[in-house]
Design a protein around this ligand. Structure first.
Ligand code: SF4
Length: 323
């Protein structure tokens, strides 16, 4: 089956900006971005990121704020922080190079089993499995089983074809053909050995997991302007979206020593869904007074240069009249 899978990949693979390169740094950046993000969505982010930080050293030298601002909108910002820390560590310990062993890759901040396997196999052609949700789904359907040694199976495929191609073929099969819903079994290169397909049980695998209940949080967002019409922004100190900028909530302004007066009725509402929490936001024009502007607040004439997360997108358009 490995031959059919790889042949299919070589004929059907998508052109991606990092695909025709075995530059380990590009692979590390793209694989870090790809966690929890669709490939099509990350391409412009990847291109901007590599334009700004073409090497490990250039990323290591950057400010965290600069890194976060290029990541703004991709979500899961701990990935950006860890990638930045990893670049600094690669400069300090590995001469500015991405390590060429799975074990050393795993020791870098934010590099887990999957990313280490992906970089080791794609960039260095080492027989290291990269098992993500796509590969687990393909395995569950091929073997009509929700258990099993997925990594061992991938390793066995790597005995029959270059590890680089096995990793990319499995990823591509999961992304294009063996998709979570409505898999295209009629176009699948491995359908003749797929147990779920042969037994008519494709929809049963993988078994559906119960989604965790998300916490609901209501936030009053304050749009405060100064005499130059600049808008007040706050750099978050909380763990969630740490160091990203936001339009401050009334609750935070009061806790940070501001006096706040709402000056309008609701300007609009927006909702943002995180993994474990949902923000329901309502914005108001507000005026604020304070003794001394805390260092994590700033008046902004434009959103440029501020790492504003996608949770703020609705307000960015409304307040700065920019997309
Ligand atoms: Fe997935 Fe269908 Fe191919 Fe089986 S035959 S691997 S279910 S796409």
């Amino acid at each position: 089956m490995t031959g059919k899978l790889v042949d299919w990949f070589l004929c059907n693979r998508r052109e991606l900006p990092f695909r025709n390169s075995s530059n380990p740094y590009y692979i590390l950046v793209s694989e870090t971005m790809a966690q929890q993000t669709r490939m099509a969505a990350l391409i412009p982010y990847f291109e901007r990121f590599i334009d700004s930080f073409p090497t490990v050293a250039s990323l290591a030298e950057a400010d965290e704020a600069e890194v976060l601002s290029l990541w703004a909108g991709l979500g899961y910002y701990s990935r950006a922080r860890n990638l930045h820390k990893a670049a600094r560590e690669m400069c300090a310990r590995h001469n500015g190079a991405v390590p060429d062993s799975e074990k050393t890759l795993r020791a870098l901040p934010g590099v887990g089993e999957y990313t280490a396997g992906a970089v080791a196999s794609i960039a260095f052609n080492l027989p290291c499995p990269a098992v993500d949700g796509n590969v687990r789904r393909v395995y569950a359907r091929l073997f009509a089983s929700d258990g099993g040694d997925v990594a061992g199976w991938v390793r066995s495929l790597m005995e029959d074809a270059p590890p680089r191609l096995v990793t990319e073929s499995l990823m591509e099969l999961g992304a294009l053909i063996c998709t979570p819903s409505a898999p295209k079994c009629g176009q699948c290169p491995v359908s003749e050995v797929c147990r779920a397909f042969l037994e008519g049980k494709v929809t049963q695998f993988p078994a559906k997991k119960q989604k965790p209940v998300k916490r609901e949080k209501h936030r009053i967002v304050c749009v405060a302007r100064d005499e130059k019409a600049r808008v007040l922004l706050r750099r978050r100190t909380e763990r969630l979206l740490h160091n990203m900028w936001e339009f401050p909530t009334e609750e935070r302004l009061l806790a940070d020593g501001f006096a706040v007066t709402r000056e309008s009725g609701p300007l609009g509402t927006a909702k943002h869904v995180f993994t474990h929490i949902v923000w329901h936001m309502t914005a108001y024009e507000a005026s604020v007074t304070y003794d001394r502007l805390p260092e994590h607040y700033q008046w902004a004439a434009s959103p440029r240069g501020f790492a504003l997360p996608s949770a703020m997108r609705a307000w960015i358009c409304l307040i700065f009249a920019e997309k």
